[in-house]
Design a protein around this ligand. Structure first.
Ligand code: 5GP
Ligand code: ZN
Length: 114
């Protein structure tokens, strides 16, 4: 999508610190890290948020999770663990309307909302 920040990052129109890329997924370091490791994992297809996924995206959602597993291993955080966050909508604080999953790691996280 033309005016989408993450679509521009995927296309290389805005620079990013790439961590991982495959046919379906692009992952890069968050510009304002909230933990020692903070990576954003996004589908290359523009989907604004989880509310917008359809049956045809089922494979893609699986691909994103397979990518997260690979990234965790690549970054060496798979053993100690990591947290995945997806913010959907205003009450969750979603600021970029392109579906993305935060990987947070490198620190023991205490607070749990669920
Ligand atoms: P949200 O709040 O929508 O779940 O997360 C958006 C995330 O994108 C935030 O953590 C923010 O720091 C990150 N972000 C916003 N703009 C940029 C950018 O231009 N480059 C990178 N790498 N991250 C960004
Ligand atoms: Zn987009």
């Amino acid at each position: 999508m033309e005016d989408c920040l993450f679509c521009k990052i995927i296309k290389g129109e805005i620079p990013s610190n790439k961590v991982y890329e495959d046919e379906y997924v692009y992952a890069f370091k968050d510009i304002e890290p909230a933990a020692p490791v903070h990576v954003l994992v996004v589908p290359k297809k523009h989907i604004s948020c989880l509310n917008e996924i359809t049956k045809e995206d089922e494979l893609l959602i699986g691909k994103i999770h397979m990518a997260i597993k690979k990234i965790a291993k690549q970054l060496g955080i798979d053993e100690d663990g990591y947290r995945i966050i997806n913010n959907c909508g205003k009450d969750a604080g979603q600021t970029v309307m392109h579906l993305h999953f935060h990987i947070l790691a490198g620190i023991k996280m205490g607070e749990k909302l669920v």
